[in-house]
Ligand binder design. Structure first.
Ligand SMILES: Nc1ncnc2c1ncn2[C@@H]1O[C@H](COP(=O)(O)OP(=O)(O)OP(=O)(O)O)[C@@H](O)[C@H]1O
Length: 224
């Protein structure tokens, strides 16, 4: 049973005419999308096509060459900052190997705090939610690659953010972990959350839109 404490969010994520450069190369141009409560957009495309770059631009971690990202929330007239509105889960898990799982998740809970319209769950409950409640006392570095990825996902649950930005969330995961992640994402969307994800494997979401990145300024969009 997955328990996530949050009210139905009314967030909107608007990206307008985004372009980004890595080094000398323009990786994509004029990408726009508009995601409302409960909506998801999945970026696909070959290695190097710019998926991670787009996610990092939206999360405010990379500078956009052109365009802008707006985080529109009913609870904040002036809009929100990326750090207040989204969780970003990149290729790395952002956990300290020598601290226990409990200490890592506790750190993130205290450091991030909750966005206004939701409430995160405890480190113990979050570990339970990803199927690893029994190993919360172990140093993070002792965990297998798949267990580490599950615990990185649990970080999304300890502090509430309406938008989840996930880069290859299911890399190194077994089939049961994929199913757990899909259920957690569906629960997030059902509560009015938003998902922006890059993946090479389908995430099992029925109504996700797809943005196929072609790399070096090419891009196409279609609905799955
Ligand atoms: N710091 C950098 N300087 C120059 N080029 C870079 C830099 N970082 C990334 N790139 C290039 O930008 C392009 C897009 O990379 P990106 O990581 O966004 O691709 P991706 O679609 O996420 O790939 P993958 O599926 O392998 O994760 C690639 O061609 C990459 O080599």
């Amino acid at each position: 049973m997955i328990k996530i404490l949050m009210k139905v969010s009314s967030m909107r994520l608007l990206a307008e005419n985004l372009s980004a450069r890595r080094g000398e190369d323009l990786i994509f141009t004029d990408i726009s999308f508009d995601l409302g409560a409960g909506e998801s957009l999945v970026l696909t495309g070959r290695n190097g096509s710019g998926k991670s770059t787009l996610l990092r631009v939206v999360a405010g971690l990379l500078h956009a060459e052109t365009g802008r990202v707006s985080w529109i929330s009913e609870s904040s007239e002036s809009g929100m900052r990326a750090a207040e509105a989204c969780h970003y889960l990149g290729h790395r898990n952002a956990m300290k190997a020598e601290l226990t799982v409990f200490e890592n998740l506790g750190f993130w809970k205290d450091f991030l705090g909750d966005a206004e319209d939701g409430k995160g769950i405890s480190p113990g409950e979050a570990a339970e939610s990803v199927g690893l409640g029994g190993i919360i006392h172990l140093p993070f570095g002792y965990l297998s690659a798949g267990q580490q990825r599950r615990m990185a996902f649990a970080k999304l649950l300890v502090a509430y953010r309406p938008v989840w930005i996930l880069d290859e969330p299911t890399a190194a995961l077994d089939v049961s972990a994929e199913a757990v992640f899909t259920e957690l994402i569906k629960a997030h969307l059902a509560a009015g959350g938003i998902l922006l994800a890059a993946t090479h494997q389908p995430l099992g979401l029925e109504n996700a839109r797809e943005l196929r990145m072609a790399g070096f300024a090419g891009v196409t969009e279609e609905r799955w």
